[in-house]
Design a protein around this ligand. Structure first.
Ligand code: GLA
Length: 700
């Protein structure tokens, strides 16, 4: 299993070597932490909101109930001890080991773990990344003992660890380095354990930290540090209290800031489900509809589904909802895409989640208001066209086939949860075949060639005249090593019909292959150690500058006659993805990269060869940027956090203009980065890989 952590510009490999890439892998992602235990959002139950400080007997009873109610078989299989499992003196002063509470857990944790494992359940445990402060802010803390505690949990055969930050916050610790150190300790423990970071990010406890900074950073370091990370404060109090509905929306909205931060094996965590907890004076904290809204939204956001309430107290109808297989299937969709808001008004929002398979979406119509309302989804907002089959996932009934839109009455504080099956409405013309990475595009007059990486990992060129892709001519180009390439190819046309293609080989080295005089030459090795695909600022066959991400997370560059050197990285932090480079009509060279906080930064080299500093171009992007020069303008394109296409452009006179959204690309129609080339008359032509794996070619 791959366990890697990016630390301050250096890739530190923990307990493993650089993985051999699989034929289907695309590049362009950071080095995610991945226990391998949560390829889809994990599911289970946590003690905190239902039991407070639990006893082993209660935990066993809930475990039995998870089995007898069918919840385990629906996927809720982690039984996760929160704070309160530990003794009042949590660490044995002699041995330094953590100790379970002697009266609440008289049989000890290993016995409980065995009990759970025998029932097909997994065991989760809780600690804090700060130092135990005698009970002021936290009940236990692992600081100073990360490796011993991780080994102790591994020895107990624990399957999941939640690491809180109450004592960390209390002591004014910086969460990122503390969590990273803890994560490395878990990776070294000898057991695969799911790791959940919990920085509760609140300013309402009078604790010394800034929630905005923490929130921002969590999305950045979370994916490279753990399987999941909390994206907001606690959704409720430990004890049920009236008026928690707005907090459900608050956590949901906080979790929506960075949908692109998550994917298979790494998840945004908006906190636990709190369905229908009973208030002390009777009644429920959330109504059944509100509880269902939380469940539906968590499913839509591909969030971990951890029940917080005591499932023994839930009415059968609520258990049935939590077990709804069609809703769980949306949550567990293998693409792991977080549903994003695609329309909004004063009453509520429409969310769309791209599901695996062509033309499939899960759509939520959320009614935030206090009255039932008619709500409409426009299929175009979900990136679908043609007749669309509508299925009501809550009722598990088909609602017929509709064109254009679908309207339904939605209860107050409620949802309609629909599965739509239509035709992917990606702009442009679809090419034959499927691709496993983003493409490159070159133009020679009206002849266009798209370079794609096929599903077998081999490079392939498809050429068509006048945009008639139905008659495309395909040439198989294989790859320099093992007949394959890694990631997105880069390709450039020059006079006489020549094309230069640059790729990353399976040996992580750069290669070039040239088409000239009507035939393809051999692969030429250009060296380097690449951790993503290269691009070039290409002015001609003997005048190009190649850029790629190096092993240290910096931009590495070389020309036809020069060796690889480093151009650094914005703020000296490892960037990720494929850099993009272009040479403008005055001979200036521009490079853009995606930084770990999903912004674009760029650097420019003037004609005298002097590089500018790195400049922030902003954005929240979810794919590598693409630069293209056309008619005196440099255009920058990137997929945004809501999976739409955004762009900015640069001219020598005005510098960078602001970001604008490209309305041809609705949410969720393309993956990764565009391949782009100057079109005729100052326009831009693009090729992209749709979410269905098909390559499309269009004009921007
Ligand atoms: C913090 C966390 C909660 C829970 C409690 C336990 O508030 O955010 O999820 O673990 O601590 O005290």
């Amino acid at each position: 299993m791959r366990r890697t952590t990016v630390v301050l510009g250096a890739v530190v490999l923990v307990g493993s070597v650089v993985p051999a890439a699989h034929a289907g892998d695309d590049q362009g992602a950071p080095q995610y932490y991945d226990s391998g235990l949560a390829p889809t959002p994990y599911m289970g139950w946590n003690t905190y909101y239902g039991l407070g400080a639990p006893t082993e007997e209660q935990v066993r009873k809930v475990a039995d109930h998870l089995v007898s109610s069918g919840l385990r078989d629906s996927g809720y299989d982690i039984v996760w001890l929160d704070g309160g499992w530990q003794a009042d003196q949590p660490r044995d002063p002699e041995t330094g080991r953590l100790v379970a509470h002697p009266t609440r857990f008289p049989s000890g944790i290993p016995a409980l773990v065995t009990y759970l494992h025998q029932r097909g359940l997994k065991a989760g445990i809780y600690t804090d990344a700060g130092e135990y402060d005698g009970g002021k802010w936290c009940g236990l803390g692992s600081r100073g003992h990360y490796e011993e505690d991780a080994r102790q949990f591994a020895g107990w055969k624990v399957d999941a660890i939640k690491v809180d930050f109450l004592c960390g916050i209390g002591a004014g610790l910086d969460p990122e380095p503390a969590f990273k150190e803890f994560s490395e300790a878990v990776a070294k423990s000898g057991r695969k354990m799911l790791l959940n970071l919990c920085n509760p990010l609140t300013d309402d406890w009078g604790l010394p930290h800034t929630p905005e900074q923490d929130a921002h950073n969590t999305f950045v370091y979370g994916p490279t540090t753990a399987d999941s990370w909390r994206t907001g404060t606690d959704i409720a109090f430990g004890i049920p209290s009236a008026g928690e509905w707005p907090n459900v929306l608050r956590n949901m909205d906080a979790n929506a800031w960075h949908p692109e931060a998550q994917g298979p094996g790494h998840w945004n965590d908006p906190d636990y489900l709190i369905p229908m907890r009973k208030l002390a004076d009777g009644g429920y904290e959330l109504t059944e509809e509100e509880s269902t809204t939380q469940f539906v939204m968590w499913a839509e956001m591909a969030s971990p589904l951890i029940i917080g309430s005591d499932p023994r107290t839930l009415p059968q109808s609520m258990i049935d909802t939590l077990r709804n297989p069609e809703i769980i299937a949306v949550n567990q969709d293998p693409l792991g895409i977080q549903g994003a808001r695609v329309a909004t008004d004063s009453v509520g929002d429409v969310y769309s989640k791209v599901l695996k398979g062509a033309g499939k979406r899960a759509v939520v119509l959320l009614n935030r208001s206090d009255q039932a309302q008619e709500r409409t989804v426009r299929f175009s907002h979900a990136g679908l066209t043609g007749p669309v089959a509508v299925r009501d996932l809550r009722a598990r009934e088909s609602r017929g086939t509709h064109t254009g839109s679908y309207t339904v009455r939605v209860p107050a504080h409620g949802t309609a949860f629909l599965k739509l099956t239509g035709t992917d409405d990606a702009p442009g013309t679809r090419l034959p075949g499927r691709a496993s990475a983003s493409p490159a595009l070159v133009r020679d007059g009206d002849r266009l060639t798209v370079f794609t990486r096929g599903t077998d990992g081999a490079l392939r060129a498809q050429t068509a005249r006048g945009g008639d892709w139905s008659r495309a001519r395909t040439t198989e180009l294989g790859g320099p090593t093992r007949g394959r390439i890694l990631g997105q190819p880069a390709a450039y046309a020059s006079s006489g019909g020549r094309i230069d293609v640059f790729v990353r080989g399976t040996d992580n080295t750069a290669y070039r292959r040239v088409y000239t005089d009507g035939h393809w030459g051999r692969w030429q090795r250009l060296g380097g150690t690449l951790t993503d695909a290269p691009t070039a600022a290409f002015a001609g066959p003997d005048d190009w500058t190649l850029f790629a991400r190096g092993a240290d997370g910096s931009v590495r560059t070389r020309g036809p006659a020069s060796d690889w050197t480093s151009l650094g990285a914005p703020q000296d932090r490892a960037f990720y993805g494929r850099p993009s480079a272009v040479v403008d009509d005055a001979g200036r060279l521009h490079v853009a990269v995606r930084t770990p906080d999903d912004a674009v930064w760029s650097r420019t080299r003037d004609t005298s060869g002097t590089w500018s500093d790195w400049t922030a171009l902003g954005g929240t992007i979810s794919g590598s940027p693409t630069l293209v020069a056309s008619g005196g303008t440099v255009h920058l394109y990137a997929r945004a956090g809501d999976y739409t296409l955004w762009q900015r452009s640069w001219t020598a006179v005005d510098g960078w203009a602001g970001w604008t959204k490209n309305h041809g690309f609705v949410s969720g129609v393309f993956d990764g980065a565009l391949g782009a080339v100057a079109g005729p008359d100052g326009g831009v032509l693009a090729a992209f890989r749709g979410v269905d794996g098909r390559v499309h070619q269009t004009e921007l």
